[in-house]
Design a protein around this ligand. Sequence first.
Ligand code: TXA
Ligand code: MG
Length: 323
Amino acid sequence: MMTITAKINKWNPEPEIIFQAADIIKRGGLVAFPTETVYGLGADALNPEAVKKIYEAKGRPSDNPLILHVANINQVRELVYVNDVAEILMEKFWPAPLTLVMKARDVVPLRTRGGLDTAAIRMPDNPIALALIEAAGTPIAAPSANISGRPSPTDFESVFNDMNGKIEMIIDGGAVEVGIESTVIDITNPEKILMLRPGGMPREILEATLKTHLEVPDLQSKKRSPGTRYRHYAPNIPVIIWKRQEKFPDFDNAAYIGIHEPGLKISSSILFDDIKNFARGLFAAFRKFEKENFSCVIVEWPQDNSGISEGLKDRILRSASRK
Ligand code: TXA
Ligand code: MG
């Protein structure tokens, strides 16, 4: 397949590019597009044949449900049963890196929600993504636009690397802002809100708003968010975690990513000046170092617990996991 690529102006997206992409979505094709978190691989969420192509292009297990991306809050009411918690969060935060799992209505195809009775929904904070959803006139199902298991793409080149030849179009909207995926919470039971995946929206902000603790799902609910089950986010070279109080690992031809100098000679390193930039740059750094054939990449374990660090630590841990 010939993949069309189009560079677009983020703050003033050219209508002809948006229309071309929306037309592909309407006809059941796949378009990769930027969001504020990572690039998404989009299809018409209400068209099961289109959604099937997402799983094929990514090599993704079909029991792993997709997030439906919307451009306005009214669209949400057609897809799921909206409760009070949802009203508060949508009103206060959207568009944002916050995905809400709610009870699905029948219009959402089983294939989009991986056979579950719930659906995950979010409004992305990116003008290109919002314009595309609006023009397509349908919610857009979009996982991260990487081959399943690989680091999520945070710029055009990473998407092109994984998806060229497999999808109809890639929109180049430049590098993303957040760099890790949205926070996913299950709000189907307002008495017991579950943190399914930490991400771009910090836990403490949600907890302060809802005046409740976000619980970690037990095994039963883990089954309900299958995406958190698999090894994920990993480059083709091993990822080694370094905690600053421990001795720096001794590897030949290792690359390093972190905030602090390792205090040791290292072949190549990327130092970030704060935790936000660390999160923004992690996946691109993984892809850079695997391409340059380093033997492994050593990643500093962040010491912070607030803001984006819960999500960042989750990604680091899972990219280093062997299973
Ligand atoms: O930031 C993001 O969320 C990005 C951008 C493109 O929006 N998307 C993304 O999608 O990360 P994906 O498919 O890579 O991750 C979706 C996560 C998975 O962990 C999946 O299991 C979970 O959301 N999920 C989706 N629907 C669900 C549902 N009905 N119940 C529980 N978990 C669900
Ligand atoms: Mg993903």
